[in-house]
Design a protein. Structure first.
Length: 135
């Protein structure tokens, strides 16, 4: 009986460790906040800037920002796409825009051997989350 209880407890603990909520998943991208600044001329809105780094083969989950997001590539190449649009491959100095209602279906490093790095400039409602996962 003690053996059965011990095995059941071990299985329950293992299941709890495996049950990581989707919002806690890393999806390989490193995000570094740069600034969040209110926009007094547009009450209730702010600009948030972040740097995103993809390791080789790194990617983002499908998500949305509920913001206008402007991506500027610093290093490497990335592939971006929104629902209903075409995937585009961007190199350093190139820009990608995601609109307020867009669902970001593709966000990944174009390379499996080199890292990629880009800045994202978001115009959003004050205090709104940086992103929301979409199933």
């Amino acid at each position: 009986m003690k053996l059965v209880i011990s095995i059941a407890a071990a299985l329950a603990a293992a299941c709890m460790l495996l049950a990581v909520p989707a919002s806690a998943a890393s999806f390989d991208a490193k995000v570094t906040p740069l600034t969040t600044t209110p926009l007094p001329q547009f009450p209730g809105h702010e600009v948030e800037m972040i740097v995103v780094e993809y390791p080789p083969g790194g990617y983002d989950p499908v998500h949305r920002h509920d913001a206008d997001a402007f991506v500027y590539v610093l290093e490497g190449s990335i592939v971006m796409g929104v629902k209903g649009g075409k995937e585009v491959t961007l190199k350093p100095g190139e820009i990608f825009h995601e609109g307020l209602n867009d669902i970001h279906t593709v966000g990944r490093n174009a390379s499996t051997t080199q890292p990629a790095k880009f800045v994202v400039f978001l115009i959003k409602k004050q205090g709104a989350p940086l992103l929301q996962l979409v199933k």
